[in-house]
Design a protein around this ligand. Structure first.
Ligand code: GDP
Length: 590
């Protein structure tokens, strides 16, 4: 809640319903109040900050401008494939289908929308539906193809976050009409902008009774995505993924945006593209989905993808139908790679196996050096990073085989995190450790804890590349023991003050060498030359710091015990008077 005393944070404009909620009044009452101020507004309409502030003031609240946390993303470099296409002879460039990716806040309907779009594809219907999931598919609209990247769940999102929207020409931002702009919506916008990819909005869930399209449009406008119907240049298309409404409008909209964007490639140029997905299939070996972005990929081509290479033994389209070649913007599932590349890796066709091996060897070497340099958080490293003041919290991602084991693990870990160094469990889930987990761990400097689970090959590879620590356990106490050790190692040594002696100043001498010197008697414990001192006059603290000298008779000494007299000089301090009390203490770490 943004209430701080009687202050309430407000955006630049706010819908009456939301304003009412913020000040805990009924919307009707608020509407009446506005009317009495000469402002007519319905419950779903927005008022600007100043109007809201006036009305709020009548209820004793002060409106303060909302601080919107800016999602900062650096504008990435132009992806290599785009650079390559830019370098092609312009006369050889041909239009290619737009590649579209769907982003948005969790639960706003990305998966449902991808499914709804896929089901409109008549051709796929005739072929008995798509049985194979290859991470991308194509649909036809008005005789033109559109390629959708269909990386399931939040994979597409984290991937985009980690690497920018390299593969896409258009981003469809899904915003639920009943929920509006949410944090991941803002993040998605920032990423699309960073990748310089045009955004269009699918205003989803318009079938819901509490859908409020105008409110969402208002929010979008505030984020510089001004709807075209309001004179802006962002296409906002109302859809219902659930009822499959508005899908054709959306597809037509994509074609319009595509027509306003340079979406071209040279089908006969250098073959280059992006790895969409890859995994090991027990019978087929490494299966990878590649999105061709320039040139035409063909059966028998020698491909280098990340640190994997191989001669393509089979190509099939998104329906699983064998094909011999794939032109720009076409996704294909391929067999024949030696190894599992990571999603997002660039691939290219090279002339010979030898060339492929050389490139891969060089990349592997570079990756190793990079991983070493980038080494993020490992349990072993934590102590060092805490000492350097870099980490005060241990971020964990926890994966376990079943919910039954997840719960006790999480509660054990939370208990361990009650000390000085906290434990933050970013999320805990059942299932094997996948690339997503590693990507999130890398983005948030977390360690992945696996309990009775495995890490996928691709996840291990990515973890190596990103310097993410994956720890697998089968026994709970082994895991807690490890974490405990790391945490105790991490704990900053607690510094405690220990008083070792007291003395009373009897006289003050002037010694040319030391300035003023206090002639003291040690009343308690001992004074030590390299300990710290405090000088009190009555209850006033006069000086705190280091001793400059400690002498017994004429000798410099290291310590003087109770009952003895001594001369004490202070570093950079000479305002000493007889009767002052001296306390000598040391700092101890526990
Ligand atoms: P994602 O997390 O963005 O992929 O969202 P999902 O596609 O999993 O959808 C989240 C929830 O919203 C699911 O329960 C869907 O059934 C529901 N949903 C998605 N689209 C619509 C829609 O157009 N209307 C309604 N009423 N519900 C929807």
């Amino acid at each position: 809640m943004s209430i701080n005393g009687n202050k309430i944070e407000l955006p630049t404009s706010i819908v009456i319903r939301d304003l009412a909620q913020k000040i805990e009044k009924s919307p009707i009452e608020l509407i009446k109040k506005l009317m009495s101020n000469g402002v007519m507004a319905t419950i779903n309409q927005a008022v600007d900050f100043d109007t809201a502030a006036i009305v709020m003031a009548e209820y004793g609240f002060e409106a303060v401008p909302e601080v919107v946390e800016e999602v900062k993303i650096e504008v990435g470099e132009v992806p290599l494939w785009r650079q390559l296409i830019a370098g092609e002879d312009q006369l050889l460039l041909k239009n290619r289908p737009p590649v579209v990716t769907i982003l948005g806040h969790v639960d706003h309907g990305k998966t449902s929308l991808l499914d709804a779009i896929r089901q409109t594809d008549v051709a796929a219907g005739e072929a008995g539906g798509i049985t194979q999931h290859i991470g991308a598919y194509q649909v036809e609209m008005k005789g033109r193809q559109i390629t959708f990247l269909d990386t399931p769940g939040h994979a597409a999102f984290t991937q985009m976050r980690a690497r920018g929207a390299q593969g896409a020409d258009i981003v469809i931002l899904v915003v639920a009409a009943d929920d509006g702009v949410m944090p991941q919506t803002r993040e998605a916008i920032a990423h699309a902008k960073a990748a310089r990819v045009p955004i269009m909005v699918a205003l989803n869930k318009i079938d819901k009774s509490n859908a409020n399209p105008d409110r969402v449009k208002q929010q979008l406008a505030e984020l510089e995505l001004v709807p075209d119907e309001w004179g802006g240049n962002t296409m906002v298309i109302p859809v219902s993924a659930k009822l499959k409404q508005g899908i054709d409008d959306l597809l037509e909209g994509i074609l319009l945006v595509a027509d306003n964007t340079e979406i071209k490639a040279n089908p006969n140029g250098k073959v280059i593209g992006t790895v969409i997905e890859a995994e090991v299939d027990r019978t087929k070996g490494v299966m990878a989905t590649l999105l061709v972005q320039n040139g035409t990929l063909e059966f028998g081509d020698i491909v280098v993808a990340g640190t994997a290479h191989g001669k393509l033994r089979a190509l099939s389209d998104y329906k699983g139908k064998p094909v011999r070649k794939a032109s720009p913007s076409t996704p294909v599932a391929v067999m024949g790679l030696s190894d599992v590349p990571s999603a997002g890796d660039l691939f290219e066709v090279v002339d010979s196996e030898r060339e492929a091996r050389t490139i891969v060897a060089e990349r592997a070497e570079a990756a190793k050096t990079q991983a070493q340099a980038k080494k993020k958080v490992s349990l072993e490293d934590l102590f060092a990073s805490v000492q350097a003041g870099e980490a005060k919290e241990l971020n964990l991602i926890v994966k376990a085989d079943v919910q039954g084991s997840l719960d006790p693990i999480v509660s054990e870990l939370n208990k361990l995190g009650e000390g000085e160094i906290g434990i933050k469990i970013l999320y805990s889930e059942t299932g094997n450790i996948g690339e997503n987990d590693v990507m999130l761990a890398s983005a948030s400097n977390a360690i992945i804890i696996g309990f009775n689970v495995q890490a996928d090959v691709s996840a291990r590879r990515l973890a190596e590349k990103e310097g993410v620590d994956i720890r697998l356990y089968e026994i709970i106490y082994r895991m807690t023991e490890d974490i405990e050790k790391a945490l105790s190692g991490m704990l900053e040594p607690e510094v405690k003050e220990k008083i070792i002696g007291r003395a009373q100043v009897l006289q003050v001498f002037s010694a040319s060498k030391f300035g003023k010197v206090a002639g003291c008697r040690v009343t308690d414990g001992e004074l030590r030359r390299n300990a710290k001192v405090r000088l009190y006059r009555g209850t006033d603290l006069i000086f705190e710091g280091d001793m400059g000298s400690l002498r017994h008779e004429k000798d410099d000494v290291k310590e003087v015990k109770q009952g003895y007299e001594c001369g004490v000089g202070f570093k950079n301090f000479s305002d000493i008077q007889p009767g002052d009390q001296l306390i000598c203490y040391i700092l101890e770490t526990s």
